[in-house]
Design a binder for this molecule. Sequence first.
Ligand code: HEC
Ligand code: HEC
Ligand code: HEC
Ligand code: HEC
Length: 209
Amino acid sequence: MEILITTLSVLGLLATAILIGTRGRPQRLFSQGAESLGRIWDNRGPLFWVMACVLLALGFLFYFYASPATRIGAAQPIPFSHQLHAGVKAIDCRFCHSYVARSIHPGLPPVEKCLYCHKYIIANHPEILKEHNYFNTDTPTPWVKVFYVPEHVMFNHQRHIRKEIACESCHGEVKQTERLKGKRFKMGFCIQCHREKKANLDCWLACHN
Ligand code: HEC
Ligand code: HEC
Ligand code: HEC
Ligand code: HEC
């Protein structure tokens, strides 16, 4: 969806630029455009290459960092905001992810956790009504999972949290994020910290099965 919106708005801007540039007669672009492009190409000096590189670099930067499609995390069934709950309201991570230090999988909170507050707070908000609906029909909220390690990797939260490694060092600034954006953990990321903290580096024994 975000990709579609981005593409449409870029195309719209482009069309506007062409209309302004050709003073409302886009067909001029084809007759004179080819000619002037040819002229620019024939006279290409250092400035041309500098401009080309800058444009290319800007394009890549936009693509990787700024484009809305890459900045916003997965859409969730209920627009739950970590920024609001963990940040502004300062609810502890472990209130919702209770098993994080006790089991291998921290787990996502069951809807009862949400209703603990939302039975009273904004109980008639349309998004909260959805929660009541999940609760009444006994349906687990279909949260979209965003953090992955590949199948064959063993990852255990418990051991890391016991060493007081902050959630943020792996999950990023959760408290400032509206919609969590996933991340595919690469091995280099695990290895780098294991090297710094002198943790196990024996990949096959420790992390792969
Ligand atoms: C050393 C890195 C690291 C730290 C520190 C860490 N996590 Fe994770 N977390 C991961 C990885 C890797 C995954 C994906 C693992 C998987 O899919 O089994 C994950 C997955 C999760 C999930 C989704 C799990 C599920 O059951 O679907 C939650 C929730 C989570 N972490 C919460 C936390 C919280 C809360 C903290 C801090 C108390 C924390 N994590 C600290 C690396 C870390
Ligand atoms: C400890 C209390 C607490 C818990 C637990 C809690 N919330 Fe909230 N939530 C709040 C507060 C406080 C607000 C802000 C209410 C307001 O705007 O007046 C809020 C607001 C919201 C909103 C509305 C945001 C908006 O844009 O107006 C949604 C949606 C929401 N919470 C979903 C959830 C979900 C889903 C869960 C369970 C995973 C959950 N909450 C658990 C306290 C809680
Ligand atoms: C009020 C409940 C609540 C609190 C507090 C909370 N979370 Fe969550 N968390 C959720 C819910 C609901 C989801 C699933 C929806 C989503 O991804 O936004 C989730 C998802 C996550 C995930 C993504 C798991 C995955 O793979 O999809 C991580 C990581 C995570 N939380 C970390 C944290 C950290 C770190 C904190 C504390 C700074 C925290 N959470 C505080 C309710 C909460
Ligand atoms: C920020 C630092 C940090 C990151 C990132 C990190 N680890 Fe660790 N890891 C540690 C530390 C410290 C220990 C040692 C814990 C102990 O001694 O109990 C550890 C221990 C482990 C163990 C247990 C090793 C043993 O001795 O049996 C496994 C398995 C593991 N990590 C897997 C991973 C994987 C997989 C990733 C990447 C997704 C990862 N770790 C990312 C710091 C990190």
